[in-house]
Design a binder for this molecule. Structure first.
Ligand code: SF4
Length: 426
């Protein structure tokens, strides 16, 4: 059986690194058909300036487009659908991606969110609750989709790179639904109907620490990683930065969907070796719950997404000075057959994630109360808000006032950034 090829190039100049990485795969002309329509899909989902590493670096976007033109495609379109509540065009402007694309000769820049010409695609053998997905015709009819993610640590998915970046091809309603079902399985269901045939990952200054937004920390890494197999690419990147593959649940979902290979023996590395570029990144989401002995965690059967989210919530409690105030409570993640022994009830029992629904039923039958956080995994601030406010999440009262909610989130993020900065300088 032929191996999946992943090329790794270490360097300093994006243009040369992208070209060299593509050459290790046989050159751009062997990957992109002459006269074809090519979609470039960066990670431009949030308003983050280039130096923040929240989005793919403009230098990489420019280098990728310049390399693609060498294959003589008929047309290159840059397309993105920013995160829920974010304005795609503004994100592309703030991140410098729009300017980079125009400098490289691409003026057809599309906001997937507002595209009216959609086609409904049925998911065969769905693994999540999603049965069909509406996608823009121009994406489905394109000859190539070139996925250009940046590597970032991710509060609810451990990390984001090639596989997760494709989540940014859907419009807000389906994006929201994906977060209310099993997100990892939903991501792989999406890949089953729309597949990027080439991924070019930006690891020049990836984001470590509390990613994927402004609370993360950009770090000089100096690599471009390219593959036609997004699973092999992501698995290789994990090996380059010291993230144990077994700690990331969505590799299993991706392998089951036949999207690519994880096994080292089935991947051929070209260019630089993993050993040559190896540099462990700060992955605070995987430290374990022993770091917070004053809280009672019941985390058996919980996947890394809920565990990562909870770890971030605990770090946030500590940094924002609310850790001591809430200690002694019980926090439950993952499927449970029985009510854990000795738990507190009422507002001191927090059930996080859809996996706890069976336990929720048992507690209802037993007449016990609790706080419940919906989602799989829940949205980022929700477990934190559940602990601080002792209210079910999402808190509908708050959600009906989006401006107040956003302001709260922004204020908390600003304070968190300030505290992280102080911590770093100490
Ligand atoms: S609810 Fe949480 S633990 Fe359960 S599958 Fe979803 S993310 Fe994983």
């Amino acid at each position: 059986m032929s191996k999946s090829i992943v090329s790794i190039v270490k360097g300093t100049i994006a243009k040369k690194m992208v070209e060299d990485a593509l050459n290790h795969l046989g050159g751009v002309k062997s990957l992109i058909k002459e006269g074809s329509t090519v979609i470039v899909k960066p990670n431009g989902g949030h308003e983050g300036p280039p130096e923040s590493s929240v989005c793919t670096s403009p230098a990489v976007v420019k280098a990728v487009i310049e390399a693609l033109w060498k294959a003589n495609p008929k047309k290159i379109i840059l397309a993105e659908s920013a995160a829920i509540g974010c304005d795609t065009m503004k994100c592309l402007e703030v991140s410098g991606i729009k300017k980079a694309a125009e400098e490289a000769g691409v003026y057809d820049i599309r906001d997937i969110k507002s595209d009216p010409d959609l086609i409904r695609k049925k998911i065969e053998n769905p693994r999540s609750a999603i049965r069909n997905i509406k996608l823009p015709r121009f994406l489905l009819e394109a000859d190539h989709i070139v996925n250009v993610p940046i590597f970032k640590t991710h509060v609810s998915m451990v990390f984001t790179c090639a596989l997760k970046n494709i989540k940014g091809v859907v419009q807000d309603p389906i994006h929201g639904t994906m977060h209310l079902t099993n997100l990892a399985a939903a991501m792989m269901d999406l890949w089953s109907v729309i597949r990027a045939d080439l991924s070019i990952a930006d690891l020049i200054r990836p984001l470590e620490g509390y990613g994927p937004h402004s609370t993360g920390n950009p770090v000089d890494f100096g690599c471009i990683v390219v593959s036609q197999d997004p699973v092999a690419l992501d698995a290789t990147v994990c090996r380059m930065i010291g993230l144990p593959i077994d700690d990331v649940d969505y590799f299993k979902a991706a392998s089951e969907r036949g999207l690519g290979v994880v096994d080292k023996d089935k991947i051929e590395i070209r260019g630089n070796s993993i050993e040559e570029v190896y540099k462990p990144l700060h992955l605070p989401y995987l430290k374990g719950f022993a770091a917070w002995p004053e809280y009672n965690f019941h985390i058996e059967n919980a996947c890394s997404s809920c565990q990562g989210l909870m770890a971030f919530s605990m770090a946030k409690l500590k940094l924002l000075g609310l850790y001591d105030k809430n200690k002694g409570i019980d926090i439950v993640l993952g499927r449970k057959k029985d009510i854990p022994e000795g738990v507190h009830f009422g507002k001191d029992l927090i059930l996080v994630g859809d996996c706890t629904k069976a336990l929720k039923k048992k507690l209802d039958a037993a007449g016990e109360s609790y706080i419940f956080v919906v989602g799989c995994p829940p949205g980022e601030p929700l477990p934190y808000w559940a602990i601080v406010d002792r209210k079910d999440q999402p808190d509908l009262e708050l959600f009906q006032q989006p401006k107040i909610m956003r302001k709260r989130l922004e204020d908390e993020t600003d304070l968190l950034l300030e505290k992280l900065k102080t911590q770093k300088n100490e």
